[in-house]
Design a binder for this molecule. Structure first.
Ligand SMILES: [Zn+2]
Length: 134
């Protein structure tokens, strides 16, 4: 799905509002809000209104969505947006939390794994696949 987004339209040094991104990438504004709230798309300032996203961060985010599809992360790996690479979580920092959403036919509770990047200490998280036991 992520391949449909044309990231060549995104200018690294420009900032975009949710509305801009929705128009640019032809996605629903709700999708874009979800990227921010649930998938850690970085915003320039969480308190600003409207929220602004740097083009650079948006590109990284989309690229990461793409590569996540191609190559699944190993069980103990995360993608750190600050290090801009796949990292492991700091020993003992990992936790599994419920997102409060139910997904799929069987309404299984969605869970995500959170932790701290072992390299820079930034909060990192990833969604767990439905059947994935960890
Ligand atoms: Zn990091």
């Amino acid at each position: 799905m992520a391949n449909k987004y044309n990231i060549h339209l995104i200018k690294s040094r420009s900032s975009y509002s949710i509305k801009d991104i929705a128009t640019l990438l032809n996605v629903d504004r709700k999708t874009c809000s979800r990227w921010i709230k649930k998938e850690n798309l970085k915003v320039v300032d969480e308190d600003s209104s409207p929220l602004l996203i740097m083009g650079e961060d948006l590109k990284i985010f989309i690229n990461q969505k793409r590569s996540a599809k191609k190559k699944p992360l190993a069980k103990n790996q995360f993608y750190c947006f600050k290090c801009k690479k796949v990292v492991e979580a700091l020993n003992g920092s990992e936790n599994i939390v419920k997102t409060g959403k139910r997904i799929g036919k069987n309404k299984i509770e969605q869970q995500k794994k959170i932790g701290l990047c072992e390299q820079c200490g930034t909060k990192i998280n990833r969604f767990l696949k439905i059947c994935q036991k960890d």
